[in-house]
Unconditional design. Structure first.
Length: 131
């Protein structure tokens, strides 16, 4: 393996169509395409007003979300927080979270580093965030 890998995130396969979430969500997971050994990265584009229809948490992975463009709200545990461009949010492992885009949509980068739960330690909970 090389000491580095370069990939364009917009060229990484969009996983959202496989789960019926397109065109409201674009989700590109780059851990494997980047040959990551100890971290992960995803790019997500969320349509205006769209709430991702599930919450999720990790058994052994802390994550950081960076709102690159647009605005939105994030439910973290029992709290709902408004986010604006370039806000960064750290969420500890074991904490449920979900995202909803603002009126102009949103683009997010999510970074994670497994700490014992492995790269696929996510628990998904459909309908977790309801009003």
């Amino acid at each position: 393996m090389s000491d580095f890998t370069i990939r364009n995130l917009k060229e990484v396969e969009d996983q959202a169509p496989k789960f019926g979430l397109s065109p409201d969500l674009e989700a590109r997971f780059a851990r494997v395409p980047l040959d990551c050994e100890e971290t992960g990265l995803s790019y997500q584009r969320v349509a205006p007003g769209f709430r991702i229809p599930f919450g999720h948490k990790h058994g052994g992975q802390e994550e950081i979300y960076v709102l690159v463009s647009g605005s939105g709200r994030m439910k973290i545990g029992d709290e709902i927080r408004d986010l604006r461009q370039m806000d960064a949010v750290r969420v500890s492992s074991g904490t449920m979270r979900g995202f909803e885009a603002g009126p102009d949509g949103a683009e997010l980068l999510a970074f994670g580093a497994p700490t014992g739960g492995g790269p696929n330690d996510a628990e998904m909970v459909p309908g977790w965030w309801t009003d």
